[in-house]
Design a protein around this ligand. Sequence first.
Ligand code: OGA
Ligand code: MN
Length: 207
Amino acid sequence: MFDLIASDLRQKGYSVQKDALSPSVVSELLRTFTSIPSGELKQAGIGRAQGQHANSEIRGDEIAWIESAHGGAAGQWLEFSAQLQQYLNRNLMLGLFSFESHFAHYAPGAFYKTHVDAFKGQANRVLSVVLYLNPEWGPEDGGEMVLYSDQGTQAVLEKIQPLGGTLVVFLSEDFPHEVRPAKRDRYSIAGWYRVNTSSTLRIDPPA
Ligand code: OGA
Ligand code: MN
C-alpha cells in the first residue's frame, strides 16, 4: 500500500486508501479517543503560533493531540506514520522530518470550511494525512471531506466518506479541502509531516 500512496503522490499529489489500517487498530483508536475525558479535549484553533484562536465560524471540531502515552493503539498509529514517513523519504525524497497528529471529533452540525493546511513559501507542513475512525458511515450521514484542485477553478477532485479505515494523504500546500457538516458524531485523526526549516536564527513555531 505504501507503494500505491507513493505513486499516487507522484502522479496527482494525493491518495485515498480504503482499509489502510486493520479494523481492530481502527476500533481501538476510536476507543482510545472516546475514553479521553471531555475536559481534556480542546476546541480546535486556526492560524499559527500567537495568532492561534478558536473560531467556530470556520471549524467546529474538538481535538486531542496524540502521544504514545495514550496507550496501545496510539503507539500503533505513530508506528504506522513513522513507517510511511520512512518509505516516502526513501522513495520520493520528501525529507519529512517530524510528525504531529490529533484526534478530532465533529459533533452533529460541526464542519471545517475550505482551507489549506500550509501556505506556499512559509510551508513547513508538507504532507497531510487523515484517517477515519467511524465504524459505519453512509452518504446520508454527510460529513464528507471534499478535496479541491488549486488550479484557479477549485474544481472538486474527490468527495471522501469518513468511513473507518480510510486514509487520505495529500501535499499540504496544494489542495484546499473542507469537512461538510455531518449528521452524526464524526471521528478522525489528522496529521502532518514537516520538513525541518529551523536554523539558529529562526526556530519553527509550534503547530
Ligand atoms: C484538518 C482537516 C479533515 C477531516 O484537520 O485540517 O482538514 O476530514 N481534517 O477530518
Ligand atoms: Mn485540513
